[in-house]
Design a protein around this ligand. Structure first.
Ligand code: GLU
Length: 230
């Protein structure tokens, strides 16, 4: 097991994300990473093999000034525990995604996406998800609908957190078989695999159910359902 933390806020989130990941260390992991949309709407990402402490050190060397971000501790299931295979994954520097769980049909999806010209930079099952989102977003320019369409193609167990540089104050979260909770704050909102990660930020939680997709902004959380992949 491993962990996800995400935050949309009007204050810097990098430290909040690291503190949240530290609370999830008990779940076990082999690598850790964080991606943010910074004040200039650029996606920035840091990943390390090893402890959250090392991610924190990397962040001291390369500070991430941002008010929206997602973070992850990885328990490798597909692909060795390397920096290349650590989450978050990106597509065309536009989207970043973290994933808990296993995407069972990743081989077929990778083949399709490769034929369409997508380049893969990891050996993970996860990376297909971020490229699928890019593919659908390119068609519709609608982030929620792109994530919904992508999620409906994924088989397996997953919790996903997605940020986009075109939507700097927004996280889309999906739950299918892997736990994910939303923490509601005042003018800020959070996601995590376990409410424990967010207890210092809020006591107000919404537990996502299977097939839920959540559109999370500074002042709102809208939950709808993904199309079932059955
Ligand atoms: N299956 C994914 C991977 O190997 C996610 C593992 C996890 O849940 O940390 O990267």
């Amino acid at each position: 097991m491993c962990g996800i933390v995400g935050a949309v806020a009007k204050r810097p989130v990098a430290k909040l994300l690291i503190d949240g990941l530290k609370k999830l260390e008990y779940r076990g992991y082999d690598s850790a990473g964080v991606a943010v949309v910074d004040g200039e709407c650029h996606l920035k990402r840091l990943r390390v093999v090893g402890k959250v402490r090392e991610l924190e050190n990397a962040m001291h060397a390369h500070p991430l000034h941002a008010q929206t971000g997602i973070a992850h501790t990885r328990w490798a299931t597909h692909g060795a525990p390397t920096e290349q295979n650590a989450h978050p994954f990106t597509s065309h520097d536009e989207f970043a995604l973290v994933h808990n769980g296993i995407i069972e049909n990743h081989v077929d999806l990778r083949e399709q996406l490769t034929k369409e010209g997508y380049q893969f930079h990891s050996e993970t099952d996860t990376e297909v998800a971020v490229h699928l989102i890019h593919r659908y977003f390119s068609q519709t320019q609608d982030l929620l609908s792109a994530v919904r369409q992508a999620a409906s193609e994924l088989k397996g167990a997953f919790a996903l957190g997605i940020i986009s540089k075109q939507h700097p104050h927004r996280i889309i979260a999906v739950r299918q078989g892997s736990p994910l909770v939303i923490g509601k704050g005042q003018g800020e909102n959070f996601i995590a695999s376990d409410p424990l990660a967010l207890l210092s930020l809020t006591q107000n939680f919404i537990y996502l159910e299977d097939n839920d997709i959540a559109d999370i902004t500074l002042n709102g959380v809208e939950i709808t359902i993904t199309i079932s992949s059955e």
